[in-house]
Design a protein around this ligand. Structure first.
Ligand code: SF4
Ligand code: MG
Length: 330
């Protein structure tokens, strides 16, 4: 079946000046990222901050121009065969900061009704829709409709943001650290709400988080990013049970809830935290990788299938170990 979203070679570099003499440098925020999301799927993107997760989301939403790459949404090329106006209806986003998308001067009902009105819905109908959606996200309209964003809690505001995102009947919702600012108990409630809404409205999610527990809970497939690149991707159970990339293994081993036996097996992340400005040559992880060998610092490993389940990794060692050979670079 045709995927709902296909991303091919997505790239965004930012020129910056850095260092003592203000030398020209490049932040490789997103570098040749490709993946697809099937209808009804939840795909998680995980990685440390600065790995390119949020930039990927912003590029998909056209909140930022891409340097290169294609975005095919519902079989049509975004920006060519699909207008941005159409894209906005089909793809919506919820951000970490629950205040970010809400106008403080509008009531909650007005905020949710705003999008549909811009897209031509009559005032009365859009307000009715807003009230209905408030109910769907677990906020009784008679209590919440006329309140202002600052009069409700962070968890309630995030429910409002979800309702606002759903108001245009999108097919894909991008959630960028959407539960990260919430208390653990509220986070669990909002995650469960998202799963219920997904079923009810037939949604597809791209779920971005630095929290592996959350990704594991909500995702069907996961994409692990490091310094602007996808280093591993596959079904979430597969990646959790048999992480192939040393970076993924280190992330999993560092999880507080992880099996203590596993934790001692894998050395923790060493070396400098990632800096996407002028990233290391070859495998970008080689400066922190306990398994790095000679070719790692020169030859960039390409994302390669490790099995027939769609599990892929970009690591020389993992590729050699899987018995699958990497096609020679063109
Ligand atoms: Fe480590 Fe080399 Fe694999 Fe990179 S390619 S993750 S440096 S073993
Ligand atoms: Mg981010």
């Amino acid at each position: 079946a045709q995927p709902l979203l296909r991303v091919d070679g997505l790239t965004k570099h930012f020129p910056v000046r850095g260092g003592l003499f203000g030398a020209r440098k490049t932040v490789r925020a997103v570098d040749d990222v490709s993946f697809a999301i099937g209808k009804g799927e939840t795909v998680g993107i995980v990685g440390e901050s600065g790995c390119g997760k949020s930039t990927t989301a912003r590029l998909l939403m056209h909140l930022m121009e891409r340097d290169a790459g294609e975005i095919i949404f519902d079989g049509r090329q975004v920006g060519h065969e699909m207008s941005l106006r159409e894209l906005r209806r089909g793809m919506q986003m919820v951000f970490q900061d629950s205040y970010a998308s809400l106008n403080p001067r509008l009531t909650i009902e007005e905020s949710i009704a705003f999008g549909p009105k811009v897209h031509g819905m009559a005032d009365g109908a859009s307000r009715e829709l807003a009230r209905e959606l408030l109910g769907k996200v677990g906020l009784r309209p008679e209590i919440f409709a006329n309140r202002y964003p600052h009069e409700i809690s962070g968890g309630q505001r995030q429910r409002v943001n979800i309702a606002r995102a759903l108001a245009l009947s999108p097919r894909l919702v991008i959630l960028d650290e959407a539960v990260s600012a919430l208390d653990k108990s509220v986070e669990a409630q909002v995650l469960n709400l998202l799963m219920d809404l997904k079923r009810e409205f037939g949604l597809t999610y791209l779920f971005i988080s630095h929290d592996l527990n959350v990704i594991n809970y909500i995702s069907d497939r996961v994409l692990v990013m490091y310094l602007g690149e996808v280093v591993e991707l596959g079904p979430v159970e597969q990646v959790w049970a048999k992480p192939a990339h040393p970076y993924t293994r280190a992330l999993l081993a560092a999880m507080p809830s992880s099996d203590p036996d596993k934790r001692t097996e894998v050395p923790p992340l060493s070396g400098d935290p990632p800096n996407p400005i002028d990233p290391p040559s070859g495998c970008r992880f080689h400066t922190r990788c306990p398994f790095a060998e000679a070719p790692c610092s020169n030859v960039a490993p390409r994302l390669t299938e490790l099995d027939t389940m769609g599990h892929q990794a970009a690591c020389h060692m993992a590729i050699a170990g899987s018995g699958h050979s990497q096609a020679p670079a063109v």
